[in-house]
Design a protein around this ligand. Structure first.
Ligand code: B12
Length: 232
């Protein structure tokens, strides 16, 4: 067992039991032990959120508990923000992120933002419930390379398609990437998106591969890129 395992275990447990004090102590322990923030998120806190999703899906906990776990996770991401943004002086690109219109779920999107910031990208987080038009406006305002839309409900998935239509009609030259529980590589291909990733750990690889392929800044003739590995 590595020396970091008890700390990662406590990070996971703090989200599973929505124990805010334990979360604050464990994040402090993790940072003093020099655990990188992407590992803190993917192997500690994120694992706890996976348990919460499973318990909720199995009907063993209810929305109030999910909300408390979410708040614990959000609090941890906020504490990690300075470390995640420490290398922001040399941006590798600009990514606009948001949860699609009608969708207030943002934990997964926030994990993705944290991972991307940690990997040296400038991330403009538009928050939850973002209209396709607002995505396009922000992409133009910040000169984004990539725009990412998160959808957690089958009912809001359609907004990802609207994002593609609105962006392409506008002619805004960005790559469009999508994710969220009901989103699949097949769906992204069908709606004409540029990439899909199943997790925050994989989004960094996805973004890098799109940035590497972006020689022309053209939005046409792109092959979709999919990155489907887990957060482990
Ligand atoms: C937490 C949660 C909530 C919290 C959200 C808190 C917050 N601030 O985000 C609260 C309690 C507020 C909530 C509310 C609701 N929820 Co809810 N919620 C969940 C739950 C349990 C977990 C979601 C989560 O955070 N997962 C953990 C994160 C880390 O994983 P993730 O989101 O999948 O993100 C990862 C990947 O998908 C990917 N990714 C995510 N986004 C993106 C974006 C891009 C660009 C890329 C590349 C990748 C990517 O990377 C992420 C990190 O690894 C899910 C269950 C589930 N199985 O998903 C239900 C779930 C999504 N909720 C559901 C519902 C129905 C609701 C409500 C309507 C409930 C209600 N009756 O009021 C409301 C939503 C209202 C609205 N308009 O949006 C349903 C949706 C069903 C459907 N139609 O598809 C689910 C599936 C539960 C269920 N089984 O019924 N919810």
């Amino acid at each position: 067992m590595s020396a970091n395992e008890p700390i990662l275990h406590n990070l996971k447990k703090s989200v599973e039991t929505w124990d805010y004090d334990l979360m604050e102590r464990s994040v402090a322990d993790a940072l003093s032990a020099g655990i990188p923030s992407d590992v803190i998120v993917s192997q500690g806190l994120g694992k706890g959120m996976e348990t919460i999703s499973d318990l909720f899906n199995e009907g063993r906990i209810y929305l109030p508990q999910v909300l408390m776990a979410s708040r614990t996770m959000e609090g941890a991401l906020e504490l990690l923000r300075p470390q995640m943004e420490a290398n922001d002086h040399v941006y590798r690109g600009t990514i606009v992120m948001g949860s699609v219109q009608g969708d207030i779920h943002e934990i997964g999107k926030n994990v993705c933002c944290a991972m991307l910031r940690g990997a040296g990208y400038r991330v403009i987080d538009l928050g939850p419930d973002v209209s396709p038009y607002k995505f396009v406006e922000a992409a133009k305002e910040y000169g984004a390379n990539i725009v990412g839309g998160s959808a957690l409900m089958t009912t809001t998935l359609i907004m990802q398609e609207k994002m593609v239509k609105t962006t392409r009609e506008d002619g805004c030259p960005v790559f469009l990437i999508f994710g969220g529980a009901p989103c699949t590589p097949e769906w992204v291909e069908k709606i004409g998106g540029d990439g899909y990733s199943a997790s925050g750990a994989e989004i960094v690889k996805l973004v890098k591969s799109l940035m590497d392929s972006d020689e022309t800044h053209s939005t046409s003739l792109r092959e979709p890129v999919h990155s489907t590995g887990g957060d482990s």
